[in-house]
Design a protein around this ligand. Structure first.
Ligand SMILES: NC(=O)c1ccc[n+]([C@@H]2O[C@H](COP(=O)([O-])OP(=O)(O)OC[C@H]3O[C@@H](n4cnc5c(N)ncnc54)[C@H](O)[C@@H]3O)[C@@H](O)[C@H]2O)c1
Length: 249
């Protein structure tokens, strides 16, 4: 994969950071995109220190102007982007009757519209190359439903359907589109912030997972790496559960 350029959103921390580092180890040049520039720069620095190639670019995926500027900067530095990991996302826990229009719109603005904008801006490079890999980060909460997470889990359901739709539309062009719905992944900013809000103790959660542990960012990055391989060109439109066996796909 040494001649490929990848863009990973939300790569300043957690799962996105692990995906960016893994794709760099796979040989790709990586554009590290996040709203948090200092942390994104740290990801890029760690990749470069390991002998990889990365630059950090600040952008909100929900802002088309910022996305266009970020994409053209990465393209200028590393060439056409043919691997895209739409990982950036935000969450919230609020009882359904207390969800405001503003909260609903804020979550959809990032999780759904941001994924739409980023994909639309990057896609011409993949079409020109006749080859592309898109991996969208959904959530197991979209597969099971999740109490107190109506905007979040439904926005991730939209990501699963967008994945299937784009796979159908882009398959003839040599571009695969898949999604990973992570189960409970610890050691990310999002999961650490929400740890106390889990409806049941983490120990109980672990005992309900067949492999008896919660996930780590690298578990997701390994699946992401596989989906970006040349060899997985016949896998598209799929939901690749990485959840320790808790949820059947
Ligand atoms: N951690 C889990 O258990 C879990 C489970 C299911 C799904 N997910 C999904 O995996 C993805 C990564 O989650 P994580 O746990 O690593 O979270 P995280 O909070 O550690 O990382 C998310 C990153 O996205 C960035 N971001 C937020 N809004 C952005 C925007 N508008 N533009 C650009 N960047 C933005 C944040 O700054 C952050 O660096 C998310 O989409 C999340 O919904 C996580």
């Amino acid at each position: 994969m040494t001649n490929k350029t990848a863009l990973v959103t939300g790569a300043a921390s957690g799962i996105g950071k692990a995906c960016a580092k893994r794709l760099a180890r796979d040989g790709m040049a990586v554009g590290v995109v996040d709203i948090l520039l200092d942390d994104a720069q740290r990801t890029a620095d760690e990749i470069n220190a390991e002998g990889g190639r990365a630059i950090a670019v600040q952008a909100s995926i929900a802002d088309r102007g910022q996305v266009a500027a970020a994409v053209s900067r990465i393209r200028k530095e590393f060439g056409p982007i043919t691997v895209l990991v739409n990982n950036a996302g935000i969450t919230d826990t609020t009882p359904f009757l207390d969800v405001t229009d503003e909260l609903w719109e804020r979550i959809y603005e990032v999780n759904v519209k941001g994924t739409f904008i980023m994909t639309q801006v990057v896609l011409p490079d993949m079409i020109a190359a006749g080859w592309g890999r898109i991996v969208n980060m959904s959530s197991s909460s979209a597969q099971t439903g999740s109490a107190l997470m109506a905007p979040y889990s439904s926005s991730k359901g939209a990501i699963i359907t967008l994945t299937r739709t784009l796979a159908a539309e882009l398959g003839p062009l040599g571009i695969t589109v898949n999604n990973i719905p992570p189960g409970v992944v610890m050691n990310t900013v999002m999961s650490e912030a929400n740890k106390e809000k889990f409806p049941i103790p983490l120990e109980t959660v672990r005992s309900m997972i067949p492999v008896r542990r919660t996930g780590e960012p690298d578990d997701i990055a390994n699946a992401c790496s596989w989906l970006c391989l040349e060899a997985t060109g016949y896998v598209t439109g799929q939901t690749i559960g990485v959840n320790g066996g808790r949820i059947p796909s």
